[in-house]
Write a protein that binds this ligand. Sequence first.
Ligand code: NAD
Ligand code: UDP
Ligand code: UDP
Length: 360
Amino acid sequence: AVHGGYRTALERGFVGAKVPLGLKRKRLRVVVTGGAGFVGSHLVDRLIERGDNVIVVDNFFTGRKENLVHHFGNPNFELIRHDVVEPLLLEVDQIYHLACPASPVHYKFNPVKTIISFSQLLLRFAPVLSVHKTNVVGTLNMLGLAKRVGARFLLTSTSEVYGDPLQHPQTETYWGNVNPIGVRSCYDEGKRTAETLTMDYHRGAQVEVRIARIFNTYGPRMCIDDGRVVSNFVAQALRKEALTVYGDGKQTRSFQYVSDLVEGLIKLMEGEHVGPFNLGNPGEFTMLELAKVVQDTIDPDAKIEFRPNTADDPHKRKPDITRAKELLGWEPKISLREGLPLMVSDFRKRIFDDHSEVDL
Ligand code: NAD
Ligand code: UDP
Ligand code: UDP
């Protein structure tokens, strides 16, 4: 009652419960940290669509107002410019905690001598510390908030917690193979610490928590110049540049379309299980195979250029999603060949038609 009845929704069993047909679902107050980013903005779309009150908390480090502009003016939507490293007081029922710079070029010095865009150049100097701080202090603050108001907390962790995995495909029971002092560690170890904090608040303070381990995800609204492989290849093919394959191109990743991920995140939040759950598409591709799909989709004449690989690059990655299938009733529906064209049309528009990369 002190906090405006946020416990009521939980106590009445609305959160996570199946609402019988014909009964109106209670409107939840949901925070999405990192909601101006790629995944967050798609999640916000779905939450608004189902009638929730959504508060986005974002410092616009990599996120953009354009991703949310269609909700401006909606009374059920609120956008707060705030860095989660600072404490925050809100009264809510659920917290989706996504805030974190997520692409390798955003969190490490890229030793590969590539021609880089201005935005990448700026991001190179973004302090690596802020990633770790966001993962550790930011997650601590959001857990403190969840504890105070009795909200349910969902952490978007990552397949990077498995490091360069010695088990293939990766199950949630695998503890991983992470270099603690490498250039990727601020992210990998940061997320591992965030998982630890989440479980500590669960065990020690009875906070209701959920942990998702997200595998490589792509789709509309990805940062065009964030250096991730799908965004790089798509932007390069559209700009008639060569596709830059790092290393021998035989390393693998499994690519998930963003709407599948969003459905998984919501099912996880609403379900009864803490996790961690792998959320990813088990369709596994070498980078050369990915380049071929991009050529088939955009430009069969696109050239391939080999570049030296980055340090500590995981050799392969593929989720075992048995747990999510059995306990959440979730599995991805959209294959790479179906999803890629949807991303391509968004990239084409943003690269050629407008100036939405300009900061608002
Ligand atoms: P993104 O960079 O598009 O979004 C992250 C958002 O967090 C941005 O809007 C950014 O401005 C915001 N942010 C960063 N630091 C912040 C801070 N200190 N305070 C407030 N806001 C802050 O990345 P994304 O791909 O949408 O990733 C979302 C989440 O999913 C991240 O936690 C990421 O680690 C996780 N994840 C993503 C992938 C993927 O392939 N996209 C894979 C694994 C895990
Ligand atoms: N916190 C926050 N919002 C809240 C409650 C807590 O940002 O509504 C922050 C708080 O500032 C602290 C962190 O979350 O830094 C952890 O809070 P907790 O109460 O668990 O720990 P304590 O404050 O007792 O160290
Ligand atoms: N990669 C590539 N060309 C690029 C960008 C990345 O071949 O232009 C490779 C990279 O070396 C890695 C894989 O693609 O092996 C996936 O990289 P990304 O940064 O997208 O994701 P992550 O390494 O975090 O899984």
